[in-house]
Design a protein around this ligand. Sequence first.
Ligand SMILES: Cc1cc2nc3c(=O)[nH]c(=O)nc-3n(C[C@H](O)[C@H](O)[C@H](O)COP(=O)(O)O)c2cc1C
Length: 200
Amino acid sequence: MTDALTQPALHALNTRRSVKFLRAPAPKPDEQALILQAAMSAPDHGALRPWRFVRIQGEAIDRFADVALDAVKRSGDVRMTPEKEKSVRAWMADVPLFLALAAKIDHNSKVCEQEQVLAAGAAVMNILNATHMLGYGAFWSTGLGTYVEAVQEILGLDPLEYRFLGYLAIGTPACAVPQHERPDFREFLSDWTGETPAAG
Ligand SMILES: Cc1cc2nc3c(=O)[nH]c(=O)nc-3n(C[C@H](O)[C@H](O)[C@H](O)COP(=O)(O)O)c2cc1C
């Protein structure tokens, strides 16, 4: 059963697409507040609130591109060729807002690390959906040195304490975003009807 409220909400969930190429404007401050507040409704075992977001916007994006790309090159990543660096810089220059994403792990909690990371991931999903609902685009990337410790440290995310989950690029889609056919959920669903596999 769907009513007048659930129909548009489900439509929004079903039409979200990742949008890599973005430009200004970013969501306005009050819209950013709505987007980030949506993250607070993620499921969260033990109410640990493990999600953390580091906002990078304006001139800080250029500065971050400099230090992050430098750290990636120093890490010896051979994929960061001059051509790749040029294209990453060009992409970043157009994106008006980045959120670096992390899970702050409570190592003393009875809730295991996997569950804490999943809660942070669910918070990121709420951000993606809220961004889309407000008419903006977003793209989750684990480029930009996500797995380079020096980059995590630049962002204040000590690898001993945090699992770094990448970045969301957020802004206005740079071009039209065509609809994308999604798989049929039945391919991913099975029913367990009570029978156990024969022993042996
Ligand atoms: C944790 C995570 C990291 C990702 N990192 C990258 C990435 O580094 N580069 C990339 O092209 N896509 C990456 N993706 C995939 C895109 O964000 C996006 O989901 C994909 O292009 C499919 O688009 P859709 O969300 O519209 O289905 C990542 C997705 C997730 C969940």
